[in-house]
Design a protein around this ligand. Structure first.
Ligand code: AMP
Length: 281
């Protein structure tokens, strides 16, 4: 694996790969890698000739009161995991490389970012859309791999690619979970032992709702039952939202008469940690 830290060097290295007719798969991450990230890496390795993984804790997607400074940074361990996966290129740029001092452009998506994570974290998806666009333009991959775990982010990226005509296929990887159902997340390491027990309430609530929705009860009563289930499992947890949305537009659905794929989404504070999860139905 070659670790590259500058845009110029990566562009040059990838131009050589392209000249040899190699296809490029790209997995953008913020590091603190776990099996969720590695599942995306494995997909890219299977589908394309050359895999580029980026590790960049993107400052523009963190709000002023969020955890940018203390976000886990475990570069050495991450690099060894990627070597084991036989990744060809690790791109680990500085903030300066991605946002030189004169940087003045932000990409904003409208309706799709109005609710849920977009509403709770103002500017978050602008930061995500901006950095992903910059990285896409640097790497110019055939395919980009993103986790279903961040369902609204996935919808935002798909919309960004469609609206700005990026010639890149977006491929989603399913959510990788702990045995008890907790979705893997770099932020799970913030949970203490008591939090960890309650954190399972997110996935348990989603599975409970998916099962109860098999008999197609109406959306409102499914949400009420789900909310009750969440509080039963996590009496100290703070439920932020629990909703059923159109997977593509991220607008709430009020009945199952609406067509299209739906996703049940949940966000909650467990101790001091904000967790999100979802399940497509
Ligand atoms: P992050 O490092 O949190 O920015 O995540 C990088 C990529 O990994 C994103 O596309 C995430 O959606 C994906 N990802 C994070 N957690 C999981 C998981 N548990 N299962 C599958 N993909 C994940």
């Amino acid at each position: 694996m070659r670790t590259i830290t500058t845009v110029t060097e990566l562009r040059h290295a990838l131009a050589l790969q392209r000249e040899q007719g190699k296809s490029i798969g790209f997995v953008p991450t913020m590091g603190a890698l776990h099996e969720g990230h590695l599942s995306l890496v494995r997909m890219s390795k299977q589908h394309t000739d050359v895999t580029v993984v980026s590790i960049f804790v993107n400052p523009t997607q963190f709000g002023p009161s969020e955890d940018f400074e203390k976000y886990p940074r475990t570069m050495e361990a991450d690099a060894s995991l990627l070597v084991e996966e036989e990744v060809e290129f690790l791109f680990a740029p500085s903030v300066q490389q991605i946002y030189p001092a004169a940087h003045d452009t932000r990409i904003h998506l409208d309706a799709i970012t109005n609710l849920y994570e977009g509403a709770r974290r103002p500017g978050h998806f602008d930061g995500v859309a901006t950095v992903v666009s910059i990285l896409f333009n640097i790497v110019q991959p055939q395919a980009g791999y993103f986790g279903q775990k961040d369902a609204q982010q996935l919808a935002v990226i798909r919309k960004l690619v469609a609206d700005l005509a990026f010639p890149i296929e977006i491929i989603a990887g399913s959510t990788i979970r702990e045995k008890d159902g907790l979705a893997l997340s770099s932020r799970n390491r913030y949970l203490n032992a008591d939090d960890r027990k309650e954190a399972v309430a997110l996935s348990k609530t989603l599975f409970f709702m998916r099962d109860s929705l098999r008999d197609r009860q109406d959306v409102a009563s499914a949400k009420a039952a789900g909310t009750h289930e969440f509080h039963r499992i996590a009496p100290n947890g703070l439920l932020d939202y629990l909703d059923i949305v159109n997977s593509e537009t991220f607008q709430p659905i009020s009945s199952f008469e609406s067509t299209g794929l739906c996703t049940i989404i949940i966000a909650a504070n467990i101790g001091a940690t904000r967790l999100i999860d979802n399940i497509p139905i």
